[in-house]
Design a protein around this ligand. Sequence first.
Ligand code: C5P
Length: 227
Amino acid sequence: MPAAGLGLRLGGGLPKALRELGDVPMLVHALRSLLAAPGVGAAVVAAPPDGVADVRGLLARELGADAPVTVVAGGATRQESVSLALAALDGDCPVVLVHDAARPFVPVGVVEAVVAAVESGAPAVVPALPVVDTVKEVAAEDGAERVVRTVDRASLRAVQTPQGFRRDVLAAAHAAAAPGGDTTDDAGMVERMGVAVTVVPGSEEAFKVTRPFDLLLAEALLAKRRA
Ligand code: C5P
């Protein structure tokens, strides 16, 4: 679980994963969502490098000292954070999920669908939703933007996490990627190796908390779930 981002687009000063939703840090919600899936046995969190001890303490308090969670220092980019977490995985786990701490409310059903697809033989799996807005490609022209073309949205998908992989496939993709790279999508790295990526249905509840408006949505969803 990459959780080392600063969350500059969100504002507020704290690393994004530590921002609270309903008095509980986003990272804790995200871990609870993942660990609620029977197919998930353990998690490795890539924490902000200067906050590893604090995150360990937080997770021990919130999830219990026995929770199957390891915390390592993340990196300067999401790609680096995922690589560092992968390197800390222990021996026996042929299926690996990569899940953004910034998607705190992914439903168990989505997590299980991703795990099941990898276990049934898919080397890489992404949950995704159809795109609801019309999408246009634009180009800069004289300081303004001009539409180049309208993309056929019927074949477009917005991709979420957790993305699931055969561990050897994900490790090979990270080994082949430029160190210090800034790929924000693990499945994209696997695609570049020519490996097929399978799509399963995502969920609106798996949205990513990125901008201040997303905090409102997250608080509303949490209040509804707690009601
Ligand atoms: O910024 P964005 O929302 O795209 O980040 C996606 C996820 O990647 C977040 O959970 C964030 O904490 C994580 N990340 C990371 N290390 C970085 C940058 C982002 O673990 N250096």
